[in-house]
Design a protein around this ligand. Structure first.
Ligand code: HEM
Length: 448
C-alpha cells in the first residue's frame, strides 16, 4: 500500500459513506473541497485517486495498458461473472478476447436488433397504468433485460429461453438488491445453504450455467449460420490460431454482457425520462422530431440515424447523469500523470461525472441543454460516459441504438408527466446509479 502522504488529500472514511447515500452530491463536495485530484479510501481495497482534469484523462486513455489495469480495477463489480470475462482481463489476454467480441457490437450489426428493441418497448408500454403514478425504472429494466435475452443470447420464446429468463431475473434481482450490492466483499461470499443470499446466488448460477452449456452444445451441433445474435457470433468466432472460444469463456462473457448492458442502459433511460418530464419544451421538440421522422410508420432501423435531436437529448442526459460516474485503472508501476507522481498500487479513477460538469468545457454546466451536442463536437477526454481508450464500453453503439428506439417509441405512443413533489437523486442499483424511488411518472394517454 503506498504511503498516505504520497497521495492527494481526500475525504475521511465517515464522509465517504455519502458515496453510497448520494454519490453525485459526494463527488460535488469533494471537487469543491479538494479540486481536480482527491483520494478516496475504502477499507480492504486500494486507494482510489479521483481525477477530473481532462489532460490527465487523455494520458490515462492513451497510456500503456500493461501499466494501467482496468480488469483489476473492475473485479469488485461482479463476483459471479467469472474471471475469464473481458471486463476482468488485462493486456494481452484482454485484447485477444476483445477482438473476438468487437464484430458482434459493430454499428452495422445493430440494425438486426431493431425489432427486438422495439417489441420489448411496445410490450412494456402496453402494460403501463394510465393516469396514476408508477415507477418507470423497473419498466426500463424489463425492456433492456428482454432485449438482451433476444439480441445477445438469441432466445426468442422457446422453453429454454423461458427457463433462462426466470433464473436470470432472480439472480439479477438478488444482485441489485441492497444485500447484493455487498457481494463484491469476500466476507459476503459464504455459501450457508440455499436460504443464505450468496448460497441462493450460487444455486441460481448453477441452474443458468446448465441451461447455457446445453444451448452452446445444441448450437455448436446444429450450426449458427444465419443467426445474428451475439452468442451465435461468439460460438462461430476464432482466435488468430483458428481455435474457437472455450465454453467457459463464452459463459463468462454472456454473464458480463447481461450485467454490463442491462442495468446501465435501463438506468440511463430512466434518467432520460426524468430530464424529459422536467423539461417539457425539450420533450415536445424531441417528440416533434420523432413524429416527423416516423410519419405513420413504426420505428425501424431506417429511422434511427435520423433522430439527431433525440441523440443530443441522450448525450446531454449522459453528461449530467452518468450512471457509471467514474472508471478505474489499477497502477502496476509508479507513473507520472499530468505532472503528478503516483505510486504503484493505487487505482486511478477518471471521474466522468466531474469532467462533465467543468464550467470551462460546459458553460452553465448544470443547465440541461441538448443543443450543446448539436452545436459542437466533444473530445473523448471531455465527454466519456462509456469510458475510453482500449477499454471503452463494447456495448456503446448497442446502448445508444436501443435508447433511441425505446425513447422514440415512448414519445410517439404515450405522454409521460412528472409526479408533483418528486425530486430524483442517484442511488446505486447493481453496477449503475439510477434515479431514486424507481422514478415515479404518470402516463397520461396513449396516442396509438
Ligand atoms: C448506457 C449504457 C451503458 C453505459 C453508460 C456503459 C458504460 C460503460 C463504462 C463506463 C465502461 C468502462 C469503460 C472503461 O473502463 O473505460 C463499460 C465497459 C463495458 N461495457 Fe458498457 N455501458 C453501457 C451499456 C453496455 C451494453 C449495452 C453492453 C453490452 C451488451 C456493455 C458492455 C460492456 C463491456 C463488455 C465492457 C468492458 C469493456 C472492456 O473492458 O474491454 N455496456 N461500459
Amino acid at each position: 500500500m503506498p504511503p498516505s502522504d504520497a497521495l492527494p488529500p481526500g475525504p475521511s472514511l465517515f464522509a465517504t459513506f455519502d458515496f453510497i447515500r448520494n454519490p453525485f452530491r459526494f463527488l460535488d463536495t469533494c471537487a469543491r473541497r479538494y479540486g481536480d485530484w482527491f483520494t478516496v479510501r475504502v477499507p480492504g481495497v486500494a486507494p482510489f485517486v479521483f481525477i477530473s482534469d481532462p489532460a490527465a484523462v487523455r494520458e490515462i486513455f492513451l497510456g500503456d495498458p500493461d501499466a494501467l489495469h482496468a480488469g483489476e480495477a473492475n473485479r469488485p463489480l461482479g463476483a459471479f461473472m467469472g474471471e475469464r470475462s473481458s471486463l476482468f482481463l488485462d493486456a494481452p489476454q484482454h485484447l485477444r478476447q476483445r477482438r473476438l467480441l468487437l464484430p458482434a457490437f459493430h454499428g452495422e450489426q445493430m440494425a438486426s436488433h431493431a425489432d427486438a428493441m422495439r417489441d420489448a418497448a411496445d410490450n412494456a408500454i402496453a402494460s403501463w397504468p394510465r393516469g396514476q403514478p408508477f415507477p418507470i425504472h423497473p419498466q426500463m429494466r424489463a425492456i433492456t433485460f428482454e432485449t438482451i435475452i433476444r439480441a445477445v443470447f438469441g432466445f426468442a420464446n422457446d422453453s429454454n429461453g423461458a427457463e433462462l429468463r426466470v433464473s436470470l431475473k432472480k439472480l439479477f434481482a438478488l444482485y441489485s438488491s441492497r444485500i447484493g450490492t455487498l457481494f463484491s466483499l469476500p466476507a459476503m461470499q459464504i455459501d450457508a445453504g440455499r436460504w443464505s443470499p450468496w448460497g441462493r446466488a450460487v444455486r441460481l448460477t448453477r441452474q443458468i450455467d446448465s441451461i447455457l452449456y446445453a444451448e452452446f452444445a445444441r448450437r455448436r451441433k446444429e450450426g449458427v449460420e444465419g443467426r445474428a445474435d451475439v452468442l451465435s457470433m461468439l460460438l462461430a468466432a476464432r482466435y488468430e490460431d483458428g481455435q474457437p472460444l472455450p465454453n467457459n469463456v463464452i459463459r463468462d462473457e454472456m454473464y458480463t454482457l447481461m450485467l454490463a448492458g442491462h442495468e446501465t442502459t435501463a438506468a440511463t433511460m430512466a434518467w432520460i425520462v426524468n430530464r424529459l418530464v422536467t423539461n417539457p419544451d425539450v420533450m415536445e421538440r424531441a417528440r416533434a422530431e420523432v413524429l416527423l421522422v416516423l410519419g405513420d410508420q413504426q420505428i425501424d432501423a431506417s429511422h434511427v440515424g435520423k433522430l439527431k435531436y433525440l441523440e443530443a437529448v441522450i448525450n446531454e442526459t449522459m453528461r449530467l447523469d452518468p450512471v457509471v460516474p467514474n472508471i478505474g485503472r489499477g497502477l502496476k508501476r509508479a507513473m507520472t500523470i499530468a505532472g503528478r507522481e503516483l505510486p504503484a498500487g493505487v487505482t486511478i479513477a477518471p471521474c466522468i461525472y466531474l469532467v462533465h460538469r467543468r464550467p470551462e468545457l460546459w458553460p452553465n454546466p448544470e443547465q440541461f441543454d441538448p443543443d450543446r451536442f448539436l452545436e459542437s463536437r466533444q473530445t473523448p477526454y471531455t465527454f466519456f460516459p462509456f469510458g475510453g481508450g482500449s477499454r471503452r464500453c463494447l456495448g456503446a453503439a448497442f446502448a445508444t441504438y436501443q435508447m433511441k428506439i425505446v425513447i422514440a417509441e415512448i414519445l410517439s405512443r404515450v405522454e409521460l408527466r412528472k409526479v408533483d413533489g418528486y425530486e430524483a437523486h442517484a442511488i446505486r442499483r447493481g453496477i449503475a446509479f439510477a434515479p431514486s424511488e424507481g422514478l415515479p411518472v404518470i402516463c397520461h394517454h396513449s396516442k396509438s
